[in-house]
Design a protein. Structure first.
Length: 133
């Protein structure tokens, strides 16, 4: 059975390569996605975020020329959550799109809350990158 999903997007007035490079670096996550965690560390090639729920692993897709920033989040329970994320050119700037999925057992309210958190993260990413202009 497929999961309900929605795409959250944000236009960013910066070159697509610049946005990709910044967003692809897990060390930058606390600066634009603080909901995931406030600190991140790399241990033996694996990135870990400290969250109120415990230590969470983050693994991005290998660097690529297509703007794919998909990543897995490994929850403290060991459950793996796949997160599709793409960045693509839009004239001189770009657009970044995150697909939020309603996981099994997630209420409609929880799904909307997650979508709102992603929307805030992408807005923060836009602010961070456009302020560097």
């Amino acid at each position: 059975m497929t999961l309900e999903s929605k795409q959250i997007s944000e236009r960013i007035e910066r070159p697509v390569d610049e946005v990709y490079e910044y967003a692809a670096d897990p060390a930058n996550l606390p600066g634009w996605a603080p909901g995931l965690g406030s600190s991140i560390t790399e241990v033996d090639g694996q990135w870990w975020v400290e969250t109120p729920s415990g230590r969470v692993g983050v693994e991005f897709a290998p660097r690529n020329e297509y703007g794919v920033l998909d990543h897995n989040v490994v929850l403290p329970s060991g459950e793996v959550v796949y997160n599709p994320l793409r960045v693509f050119a839009n004239q001189e700037g770009c657009e970044i799109v995150f697909t939020v999925r309603r996981l099994p057992g997630m209420s409609a309210e929880e799904f909307e809350r997650d979508a709102g958190l992603v929307r805030a993260d992408l807005s923060r990413l836009k602010q961070v990158l456009e302020s560097k202009a």
